[in-house]
Design a protein around this ligand. Structure first.
Ligand code: GDP
Ligand code: ZN
Length: 313
């Protein structure tokens, strides 16, 4: 018998909603997998049995005589979005198999805050997830400076208007067949863009989802929203609503793509790229090869990452 595979869409308590070839099914983790997970956590096993999270591809078995399926195993993951728990030193898996982070800004109304933007991009880089940039509301203002700033930093930029439809085909093409986290400040047009691309979503403006999570659930967890032409949107507060405690200060510069190739050229291996002599990052800023305001973001985020880390230790 070939294994039946499904993709975990969401979770209500112990019951997972899973997209299976014949449609959506409900499933619980098998006793054997649960035990294997406990044992691997206690270090009793060398082979890891992961906890099932949203986005996982799971092996399903029919539960004899029941309407629920059993999750018998988890397929290897392409990526894992993890967050350190604020209470302890452990990490909490949030979602698996995410392909990209889509960071949305508006050209105006609200005015873009580049530092907020850089912060979301750093979080994506820290999770080793590729990020793309949407500059929306190009009907109100072309947003050339913002788009140019992000292109120079190494990001692919899509100029869009949810109002006129400009750039939506290219964006839709980029979302289909992939699992994407869409993030950005409120009011920039995330719901409007997603509704325009996927009319069936009917997200209220100002609300990217909350759609599937109203009701009895008290703890808000990640939810996958299937797209008609393939692919998923992953709605998770676990992405942006975190501090920088997940980012090790030493690794922050490598979360800025344009600084990454310079780091190895600094005189000191532990260079923080602040006032150290022979710093290749600062030299590049002085020569105008790295944008001064991206470097300012680096300094601000470094301060934050350092203070949050010492709050830990
Ligand atoms: P969200 O909070 O990021 O989900 O933003 P919304 O989709 O709720 O949009 C906020 C406001 O901006 C709404 O009044 C939208 O109608 C408007 N809006 C969204 N996209 C565009 C756009 O491309 N052009 C213009 N002019 N307005 C837009
Ligand atoms: Zn340096």
């Amino acid at each position: 018998m070939t294994a039946l595979l499904g993709r975990v869409l969401g979770r209500d308590g112990a019951v997972y909603r899973v997209a299976a070839p014949e449609g959506e099914v409900r499933a619980v983790v098998s006793g054997a997998l649960k035990r294997a997970h406990e044992e691997s956590r206690e270090g009793a096993r060398d082979r890891e049995a992961p906890k099932v999270v949203v986005g996982d591809v799971v092996r399903l078995e029919p539960e004899p005589g029941g309407e629920l399926f059993r999750i018998a195993g988890v397929e290897p993951r392409r990526s894992l979005l993890e967050r350190r728990t604020p209470e302890g030193r452990g990490t909490r898996p949030v979602a698996a198999n995410v392909d990209q982070v889509v960071v949305v800004a508006a050209t105006v109304d609200p005015a873009p805050v580049p530092q907020l933007f850089d912060r979301l991009l750093v979080l994506a880089e820290a999770d080793s997830l590729p990020a793309i940039v949407i500059v929306n509301k190009v009907d109100l203002d072309p947003g050339t400076a913002l788009a140019e700033r992000m292109r120079r930093a190494g990001y692919e930029v899509f100029g869009t208007s949810a109002r006129t439809g400009e750039g939506l085909d290219a964006l839709a093409d980029r979302l289909h067949r992939r699992t994407s986290v869409v993030t950005g400040p409120s009011g920039v047009g995330k719901s409007s863009l997603l509704n325009a691309i996927e009319p069936g979503l009917r997200l209220r403006t100002g609300e990217i989802s909350a759609k599937l999570r109203r009701g009895k659930q008290t703890t808000v967890s990640a939810v996958m929203i299937p797209l008609a032409q393939g692919g998923f949107l992953l709605d998770t507060p676990g992405f942006s609503e975190v501090g920088l405690w997940d980012v090790v200060p030493r690794e922050l510069a490598s979360c800025f793509p344009e600084m990454r190739p310079l780091i190895s050229r600094c005189r000191y291996a532990d260079c923080r790229h602040l006032a150290e002599p022979g710093c290749a990052v600062r030299d590049a800023v002085d020569r105008g090869e790295v944008a001064a305001d991206r470097y300012e973001s680096y300094r601000a985020l470094l301060g934050e990452a350092v203070s949050q880390q010492s709050a830990w230790e």
